[in-house]
Design a protein around this ligand. Structure first.
Ligand SMILES: Cc1cc2nc3c(=O)[nH]c(=O)nc-3n(C[C@H](O)[C@H](O)[C@H](O)COP(=O)(O)O)c2cc1C
Length: 368
């Protein structure tokens, strides 16, 4: 092998494109901007897929969807090639929707799920706004993509991002805030055919100072993490560090004093100052609203007739907060990996690691 001596590598843009409907044939993700030579573990990707599906309060669909994440391109013998990485998760449930979600005009009489148009929009879902925006007679055409099912491939891409971040000592973990009370609330809601939301926290450790920038608003790491989290279905609030609570504090209570050696006793800023990581753990929270599909449906109006009615009822989770912890972890990991690719670049993973090492050696910061 060639020795890597460079301590600088040009920035690289890490990108994620996805496609796929909830009950269509498959979900697809293409990740570009990865360095070559990154070792990926099959199990790590599948474990995250499983973690996303196993949360308390999820629907029986999760038992149907047990597929492995397939890799179609960009990987050879478990190592990335530096070319676009193509990931696919097949929807096993598609077998029950073959007519209803056929990509081409289906043959034969309508049969199976999805064969009747959805005209009674669920308040809180994509059905009404989507149908109006795209001129749809069947709100299924909107809700299938709006559904969070495709977070399955976001989680797979997040697992890849985590593998990249691990090469420079960054670990990202999502968890539910107040798990015990959440489970009790889920049990109560299920009994009353209702739904609940909740709050998750994602913490990234080992993040060096200097990811993100104050140069423009689009560069700010806090703005980017907020957008990444708000990009997840049903997320309605995001906090960086102490977030909203900071508004009620005095400056003397709110800011994290620097101590000799550049350590800090507090991290109310959540590891980001002026849109730049400051070497403390990056800590973000996301609040999820209660899911909009209720087994005891809300009032709605038929899109075709204008008559009052009850919203669509279809198989649905009571809560997806535990799943959100995994999806949010993936979103934060991907955004941090994107920021790390900008800062450390590199065509080969060794270049990326060498650039990180050279930088960390020149700054007064000790990863903990
Ligand atoms: C992991 C996850 C699972 C979800 N599962 C459901 C579900 O089973 N039923 C439902 O009505 N909404 C579910 N949602 C939320 C909807 O997808 C979301 O509320 C809807 O697309 C409208 O978007 P908005 O809430 O961001 O406005 C889920 C969200 C996530 C992140």
């Amino acid at each position: 092998m060639f020795a890597v001596s460079a301590d600088y590598a040009a920035p690289v843009e890490l990108r994620l494109a996805t496609a796929g409907e909830s009950h269509g044939p498959a979900l697809v993700a293409i990740v570009s901007g990865l360095p070559a030579g990154l070792v990926l573990g099959r199990d790590a990707i599948d474990d995250d897929r499983r973690r996303r599906q196993e949360g308390y309060g999820r629907s029986p669909r999760q038992k149907i969807e047990q597929d492995r994440v397939e890799v179609l391109a960009g990987l050879r013998h478990g190592r990335t090639l530096g070319t676009p990485l193509a990931l696919v998760v097949r929807n096993r449930d598609h077998a029950n929707w073959e007519w209803g979600m056929a990509p081409w005009p289906p043959e034969g009489e309508p049969s199976g799920k999805g064969s009747k148009p959805v005209t009674l929009p669920r308040p809180g879902h994509a059905d009404y706004a989507g149908a109006l925006k795209y001129g749809l007679d069947d709100a299924r055409d909107a809700l299938e993509r709006a559904s969070a099912r495709h977070t399955a491939v976001h989680v797979a891409a997040g697992a890849v991002a985590k593998a990249l971040l691990a090469t420079i000592g960054i670990e990202v973990r999502g968890s539910v805030v107040d798990e015990e009370s959440l489970r009790a609330r889920i049990d109560e809601a299920r009994a009353e055919r209702d739904t609940v939301g909740g709050v998750v926290e994602v913490r990234a450790v080992g993040v060096p100072p200097g990811l993100g920038s104050y140069a423009t608003k689009d560069d700010r790491l806090d703005a980017r993490l907020a957008a990444a989290l708000m990009g997840i279905q049903a997320v309605k609030g995001v906090e960086i560090g102490e977030g909203f609570a900071l508004a009620a504090m005095r400056g003397s209570e709110a800011h994290d004093e620097l101590l000799p050696g550049f350590g800090r006793e507090t991290n109310r800023a959540g590891g980001i100052e002026a849109g730049v990581s400051n070497g403390e753990d990056v800590v973000v929270r996301a609040a999820m609203k209660p899911l909009p599909t209720l087994m005891r449906p809300l009032r709605s109006v038929d899109l075709a007739s204008g008559e009052a009615g009850e919203a669509l009822v279809e198989r649905s989770d009571v809560a997806a907060v535990e799943a959100l912890a995994v999806v949010a972890e993936a979103a934060v990991a991907f955004e941090l990996a994107r920021a790390a690719r900008e800062k450390f670049g590199g065509d080969a993973v060794d270049d990326f690691v060498a650039a990180h090492r050279a930088y960390v050696e020149r700054i007064p910061w000790d990863p903990r």
